[in-house]
Design a protein around this ligand. Sequence first.
Ligand code: PLP
Length: 423
Amino acid sequence: MNWQRRLDSSEQCGSTSDSRVKKGVRKLKLPDEKGYFGSYGGRFVPETVMIALDELEKAFAAACADAGFWSEFELLCHDYAGRPTPLYHARGLSARAHGVNLLLKREDLLHTGAHKINNALGQGLLAKRMGKERIVAETGAGQHGVAVATVCALLKAKCTIYMGEEDVQRQSSNVFRMKLLGAEVCPVSTGSRTLKDAVNESIRDWVTNVRHTHLLLGSVVGPHPYPKIVAEFQSVIGRETKDEMLARYRRLPDYIVACVGGGSNAIGIFRPFVEHESVRLIGVEAAGKGLDSGSHAASLVRGKAGVLHGTKSYLLQDGNGQIASTFSIAPGLDYPGVGPEHAYYKDIGRATYVAVTDDQALEGFKLLCEAEGIIPALESAHAVYYAVRMAEELSPESLVVINLSGRGDKDLGIVSKEIEARQ
Ligand SMILES: *Cc1c(COP(=O)(O)O)cnc(C)c1O
């Protein structure tokens, strides 16, 4: 199976063709030169940050054209992270879904337990190539922080992770992991003392120390070129899925279902299928305690366009236009914004976005444990639940791929408390 990035393909690095390309309406490269996906994306940052982003953009373009860079990335993905991940026909889960064929893309089997390592490795190599010996990153629950600390240990880079004070307390085992891996963890005490504030601090650090420091953003968010860079490194998920589908089933899937926090695992698996309009793409957001409860993180389903962390996209805002506080049982989905590429796909109708509540995600979590002997991340459980529900309306020959973005070990504490509370 050829799971590797094809440098000889006409597909340009960091861009995908839009559905309108095929119809010949107009040639559209995503994102455009200024980093726009339709009217979303771009760069809403001060001048000092602009210079740093320009430098990063140039370095990424050079890396894209360098086959040596990609072979190093692929080697680490293979030998260190454990790629390619299997595309597993989940017969037990399919039996609970009216016999519709459900296939799991097993990103949960990767080193550090989720897809985040793909992007951390890619950007780590990019930083090294740029001669930066220090890496800063934001983290919410600590999953991205652990992936970055891991890659920094591997590549011998200094590592500083910003984490909201609130999260440092809630996620002490991930703080310990990062420290074991040699990272410095800086608690952030501004604002709501969570992820949003940690992002601000890491950007501030980056701009102050940009000469020798790289900012390693964890999802397809932030100012251009971050959404493009992260999408490129994560689209290894979709390329493998496509090759495996064609090799095994001689056709593309009918549906691809992925959870959406910032949106990187979803973009990663969607990307190579965007141009194939027969493949329905479905992003599942966190409806938390319910879409009308005020405690959710469904930016695409319930948000409005606005600017956060240097990019224009859908956002959750309160009545005064302030960033709303969010909630989800899944720490990785608990972010008030979402990548601009998703905002664009929503508006042009190329992807559909839905939301699943905490209770439903817990149902999906238990279902996968029992039906397959796989304990999913709570984030991924959102996608599992939705795919099984959706199957009720599909014909049994349908092929549905679920991106199992991560494993559930990190969530056992949350789940045991929830089960207790519900008894
Ligand atoms: C961080 C995380 C997510 C959410 O991030 P995306 O950028 O939306 O992919 C989803 N699943 C797992 C397991 C995560 O750790």
